[in-house]
Design a protein around this ligand. Structure first.
Ligand code: UFG
Length: 342
């Protein structure tokens, strides 16, 4: 279980891969959000100096740990922070990330994820920041015939969210070649769980595990399964779930793996797929509660099956996941109950 700050020691005892040996000064764009706030905690624990830039449109000021400066501003204003000088790297989590919303409001996704990132990269170039770690996504792949999905698979996003992230990946390839920036795109599969006191608390929650946990706890009505007519063994979509603590370790390793002029792209997933029904069964096993559920229509933009190959992350970052789906559910459940008790 990963819920106590004291367990930093356990994390630090793990093989560090290419984790940077010298402390760095980094800007975490989107550090008040779910994944950014977990990564910020790990960076701090490893001795790095962190400034968070977040407009708090979806993040929470109290998710930023004590001792970390929070600059409440748009990523387009990153130059005002980076202009202070001395930054060794930027980790960029600040984005819109809901598949369904991206289908109904694509302009928001192009504006924030693409135009916003372009402005951030302009500031990175202007102030000579050498390293950039980008939150990309498995949504760039869309439907694939070959499973598990490698980074060389053709990119066929099925929604504007995935397309906007793919555009940034392509932007970074050119940026590295032209400016000497060292960038790492981390293509997340389905992130879940909580770590070191930080977890998921989206104003509008759309993700399977937190919604199903809320349904199990009676905090909301039955979970709607989005279709049971998919071409999968039990008819529900299959995803590759990855613990946010494992994901955080990959980011610290990626900072160390950034090389001038190189754009490295790595998948972050467990290599194992679970259907929606299998996730709900795991929730019942871990929590001892049934998940009230009903079947609805498919959700626009959903692919049937996404499972990662993480061979490249293992080779380049010295990384491999250490937590399973039951850990993710247990840690998310503990985090949600902690919030409910506040
Ligand atoms: N699902 C339901 N009911 C719900 C919510 C989700 O059946 O109420 C299903 C979805 O159809 C999907 C699965 O549960 O099959 C997982 O859905 P999530 O919304 O939790 O996650 P997504 O797979 O849609 O997307 C997530 C991230 C994306 C990322 C993607 C990569 O939100 O940013 O994983 O796999 F791109």
């Amino acid at each position: 279980m990963i819920s106590e700050i004291a367990e930093y020691d356990d994390v630090l005892a793990e093989p560090a891969g290419e984790a940077p040996s010298a402390p760095m000064r980094v800007l975490v764009a989107g550090g008040a959000g779910y994944i950014g706030s977990v990564v910020t905690r790990l960076l701090l624990a490893e001795g790095h100096r962190v400034t968070v830039l977040d407009d708090l449109s979806t993040g929470h000021a109290d998710a930023v740990p004590d001792g970390v400066e929070l600059v409440q501003s748009d990523i387009a204003d990153a130059g005002t922070v980076l202009g202070r000088g001395g930054f060794d790297g930027v980790l960029h989590f600040a984005a819109k990330s809901l598949v369904g919303e991206s289908v109904s409001n694509p302009a928001k996704y192009w504006r924030t994820n693409v135009c916003g990132t372009r402005a951030l990269l302009d500031a990175v170039a202007e102030h000579h920041v050498p390293r950039f770690v980008f939150s990309s996504t498995a949504a760039v792949y869309g439907e694939q015939d070959a499973i598990p999905i490698t980074e060389d698979a053709p990119t066929r996003p099925t929604n504007p969210y995935g397309a906007s992230k793919l555009s940034v990946d392509m932007m970074l390839t050119g940026e590295c070649a032209a400016t000497g920036l060292g960038a790492v795109s981390l293509r997340y599969f389905n992130v879940a769980g909580a770590a070191w006191g930080a977890g998921e608390r989206h104003g509008t929650e759309t993700h399977l595990i937190p919604l199903a946990l809320d349904a199990a706890a009676g905090r909301r009505g039955p979970l709607t399964i989005f279709g049971e007519d998919w071409p999968t063994p039990d008819g529900t979509p299959i995803r590759d779930y990855i613990h946010v603590a494992d994901l955080a370790r990959a980011h610290v390793s990626a900072l160390g793996a950034a090389r001038p002029g190189r754009h490295l792209i790595c998948n972050l997933g467990s290599g194992q797929g679970f259907s929606v029904r299998q996730v709900l069964d795991t929730i019942t096993d871990v929590t001892g509660r049934d998940v009230p559920q009903q079947v609805g229509p498919r959700r626009a933009g959903d692919p049937a099956r996404l499972i990662a190959s993480h061979d490249r992350a293992r080779a380049e970052l010295g990384w491999q996941p250490q937590h399973d789906l039951a850990d993710m559910v247990r840690d998310a459940w503990d985090f949600a109950r902690g919030l409910a008790n506040r």
